[in-house]
Write a protein that binds this ligand. Sequence first.
Ligand SMILES: Nc1ncnc2c1ncn2[C@@H]1O[C@H](COP(=O)(O)OP(=O)(O)O)[C@@H](O)[C@H]1O
Ligand SMILES: [Mg+2]
Length: 286
Amino acid sequence: MKVISILNYKGGVGKTTFTINVSQALALIGFRVLAIDNDSQHNLSLLLNKEIVYPNIRDIYRCSVGMAGKKMLDAIHETGLRNFHVITSHTQLSTNDIKDPYILQKAITFSSLHRFYDFIIIDNSPGIDTIQEASVHAADEVFIPTELSFFALNGIDELHKVFEEKFRDDCTVTKIIPNCFRNTKRQNEYLEMLKEKHPQKVTETTIPYDPVFDFCIKEGKTLFIHRLFSKAAAYYLKLIHELFDLDEQNTWNQVVHKRNHELRSEARERFFKNKNASSVSETILP
Ligand SMILES: Nc1ncnc2c1ncn2[C@@H]1O[C@H](COP(=O)(O)OP(=O)(O)O)[C@@H](O)[C@H]1O
Ligand SMILES: [Mg+2]
């Protein structure tokens, strides 16, 4: 099992988009995935149609170390997609809830999640205070999705400094993922600067700017099911191959197979819903 924390000083750079799409794609490929919403804005939970539900991540932070493992198991909810589960967040999640910076790590160990999952992906709020720190202590790897702009690059340098001070060898940033890439001269310059500063960390695959992400949010759709042939889905799958060293042809076949299955079940559900609705109206209407 691998635990990955998704971080950035900045908001709106694609952390939640990355978490949901990578989790869904890995689940469609056949991996068992748990996503954890570690952000009081609970965008990830909302995307998965979860309003505030109990227990959630805040309850795990607030319980005693001895109870953390059990609370974690109780806080796991289904998402509607096979192999993909979520621990939701709460609007009142705050730094005061964190009594022990290692509680998330302990909860993951005590609940033996390695027996149930291949990946745990933790979506964070912007910044790096005790809430995000708890996720870094629990993580094997830290991924940073970023825009390509002056302030975004500056934020990554700051984040690296914080990591050196706070975590030393405990945990380092492993991957930086350029997001919302537009193939302009300026964006390419920023990309080159980023690669020069962090040569081994910046992924070869950049995620292009694509309005399909907002479409998926608005319509509650899954990118790899409802827009598998979009530019965004193609680049995300390429990124996933790169990040997790997967076989391209094999994963593509798996995703297409599961996607067709999901689309067929949706169509079947729609058919019976319409059929039932029309038979009800037939009996009610004169
Ligand atoms: N590659 C992209 N192209 C276009 N829009 C994107 C892309 N990545 C993310 N977005 C959009 O940007 C907005 C912020 O993304 P989000 O993942 O919520 O950022 P964060 O979690 O870092 O705050 C969302 O509306 C999302 O749909
Ligand atoms: Mg977010």
